[in-house]
Design a binder for this molecule. Structure first.
Ligand code: AMP
Length: 432
């Protein structure tokens, strides 16, 4: 049996890579202008990191963690998993390297693969890629930073070419507000939950917020009838959220307040947001994020070295989803590979001269290649040049050992002219 890639993963083929690189370049450009530095964390971490931060009752931790086991002793390796998301790992690294001591505000970004044991479908993979940003520190507790963070995500999306997406925002308030909110939801749903599915009843018990974005229609009907609003927010929670919206207004970022948006993860407080795109079907979220004040201290294992609460906010955009949206909107970036010069050897005995000329051209920054068909006929070598979309072919003819028989052919016009070995790179560069 042929071995294929694991279900829910995909190879990114050379023809597709231009789209990926273009998206990454756009993101990197914005991260630079917004003052973010790249952080690369391992793709596997202690599973406890995610259990403690995302919460044991969340689907990601409960059902989707992909454990890493090696053939070494159980005790040594037990408890590792492939990272399902980036935030917890960034906070772990932030704490481990005492970034909070050095910096008032750390602005960090990452680009890389994440892993979740999901049921694969279009736009939902087991290995997918995220572009994420996190702003952490004593200076990260400011409503304008929430606005800036959302503007950054929106600007990356816009600049990558995606349109028809919508930013939805909400506020969960402080940790106390959030508790109040959960209690209010439980009270409101108490009499109605008996009619719902077993899964919904389980969610009611374990993490009542999950009911708000339940896919269950009966549950959605019940939720729709609730007058959720922003009632759970304390005065300071209200004031904070107003300033966030004001910031967005000032930046001209369009958004919609959605009281049903809660994001299921335990670590979120205050602002939460999600960006969805029409036309993507069931998996329509391009990205999401929110504020997670308190996570830095929580993951520091009670080692309270910080003089005051650390603020933190971040987002993650799904690269596959963005690329799917671009494709659906007819804006996918495709760049076919191309070559400046393909060097053809006129005779098998001229292989050495051909090989050296390719090297000489490359050392001069010219994209050059040759045929490795071991003395194939000129016709075959020209076919290879066509396949590689070479702009020019240089033919190494007899007498090349003495440095005088080189001809260049423009593959678009068919025009040919001789080249002098002493000036060959310069002559070609002038033609390119
Ligand atoms: P989340 O942390 O689940 O909110 O994920 C943030 C973003 O990553 C989502 O909005 C998606 O764009 C993307 N994403 C999450 N899970 C997957 C997945 N299994 N496959 C592809 N993209 C995903």
């Amino acid at each position: 049996m042929k071995i294929l890639s694991p279900r829910g993963t995909s190879d990114i083929l050379p023809d597709q890579i231009a789209a990926w690189q273009s998206l990454e370049t756009t993101a990197r450009t914005f991260f630079k202008t917004y003052g973010y530095s790249e952080l690369r964390t391992p793709v596997f971490e202690e599973a406890g990191l995610f259990k403690r931060s995302l919460g044991e009752t969340t689907e990601v931790v409960n059902k989707q963690l992909l454990e890493v086991k090696s053939q070494r002793s159980e005790s040594e390796d037990a408890g590792f998993c492939l990272r399902p998301e980036g935030t917890a790992a960034v906070v772990r690294a932030y704490n481990q390297h005492n970034m909070g001591r050095e910096e008032f505000l750390s602005k960090l970004f990452y680009i890389g693969p994440m892993f979740r044991g999901e049921r694969p479908q279009k736009g939902r993979l087991r290995q997918f890629h995220q572009i994420g940003a996190e702003a952490i520190g004593r200076g990260a507790d400011h409503p304008l930073l929430d606005a800036e963070m959302m503007a950054l995500a929106v600007n990356i999306l816009k600049s990558s070419g995606v349109s028809d997406f919508k930013l939805k925002i909400n506020s969960l308030g402080s940790a106390q507000d959030k508790q109040k909110f959960a209690q209010w939801l439980r009270d409101e749903l108490k009499g109605k939950i008996g009619h719902l599915s077993g899964i919904c009843q389980d969610q009611y018990e374990r993490n009542v917020f999950r009911l708000l974005d339940s896919k269950d229609e009966a549950c959605q009907e019940v939720i729709k009838r609730l007058d959720i609003g922003l009632r759970h927010l304390s005065d300071s929670g209200q004031a904070y959220f107003s300033r966030v919206r004001e910031g967005l207004d000032r930046l001209g970022v369009e958004y919609e307040v959605s009281s049903q948006l809660v994001r299921g993860l335990d670590y979120y407080t205050h602002t939460v947001f999600e960006i969805s795109c029409a036309g993507l079907g069931a998996q329509d979220a391009l990205g999401a994020g929110g504020r997670y004040n308190g996570l830095v201290e929580q993951l520091d294992g009670g080692d309270r070295r910080f003089p005051q609460t650390m603020g933190a906010i971040g987002f993650a955009l799904g690269m596959e989803r963005i690329l799917l949206a671009l494709e659906a909107q007819g804006k996918a970036v495709t760049v076919k590979r191309s070559l400046d010069v393909f060097v053809v050897s006129g005779k098998p005995e001229l292989e050495r001269e051909t090989f050296l000329l390719v090297d000489l051209l490359r050392r001069n920054g010219i994209c050059a290649d040759m045929d490795f068909g071991d003395g194939r006929a000129m016709k075959k070598q020209f076919e290879q040049a066509d396949k590689l979309r070479a702009r020019f072919v240089v033919i190494v003819g007899e007498g090349a050992a003495e440095g005088f028989n080189f001809t260049i052919k423009d593959m678009a016009t068919g025009e040919q002219r001789p080249l002098l070995l002493d000036h060959i790179a310069k002559q070609i560069i002038n033609l390119l």
